[in-house]
Design a binder for this molecule. Structure first.
Ligand SMILES: [Cu+2]
Length: 203
């Protein structure tokens, strides 16, 4: 029998300079020796609800496929011009067609050709260890074996690079590791909600 391996959890916490919790931050952990489990690319979804992408930020492991269901009773046309994945789905109301494969790490900004204000993000992680902060600004990454690691943050409104957020930590026992980040956020470029008073027909 294999000995019981040491594994720890990273408890990440992200907030602004004024101590407001930052939700929708992606935490990515990599090993310094480059060894990582193969991971488990898994099918995922980004829904469209009330003319918004839900969730706003979807982190996935590279190699995963994503479908874009439409919970609205109007048509959407999802696209991305991001270098990590350029694609465009034909205008659709119910059936989004086959899933889209995300085979390059990076940030994929989503838009809709019909509704300018719709914006969402898929973060394609090169590492199988990633998580997204919840409303309270916290995220947990479990099952980190003994070793030396780097952790970094990405957020759609972050002022600065992912590289500037890198923190190093070691797992040497069963104890959990706490890492705190302070992010400066830029204002959102576009409103998350449909503009009020939009004339009928613009649907
Ligand atoms: Cu739309």
């Amino acid at each position: 029998m294999a000995p019981c391996a040491i594994a720890a959890e990273l408890h990440a916490s992200v907030h602004t300079v004024t101590r407001e919790a930052v939700a929708d931050a992606v935490v990515i952990v990599t090993r310094m020796d480059g060894n990582a489990p193969a991971g488990n690319p898994a099918p995922d979804t980004v829904d469209q609800v009330d003319k918004q992408f839900v969730p706003y930020v979807r982190p996935i492991h590279v190699g995963s496929e994503v479908t874009f269901p439409n919970s609205d009773n109007i048509r959407h046309q999802v696209y991305s011009f991001s270098p990590a994945k350029r694609f465009e789905l034909p205008l659709y109301r119910e059936n989004p067609g086959p899933p889209v494969l995300f085979d390059k790490p990076g940030v994929v900004a989503l838009g809709c050709n019909i509704h300018d204000w719709m914006i969402g993000y898929i973060y394609v992680s090169e590492s199988p260890w990633f998580a997204k902060t919840a409303e309270g600004g916290a995220a947990t990454i479990a099952d980190l074996p003994e070793g030396n690691y780097r952790a970094r943050i990405w957020h759609p409104q972050m002022d600065g690079t992912e590289e500037s957020t890198v923190r190093e930590f070691a797992v040497s026992g069963a104890g959990n590791v706490e890492v705190d980040w302070e992010l400066t956020l830029k204002p959102e470029l576009r409103p998350r909600r449909a503009p009020l008073g939009r004339e009928p027909g613009y649907r």
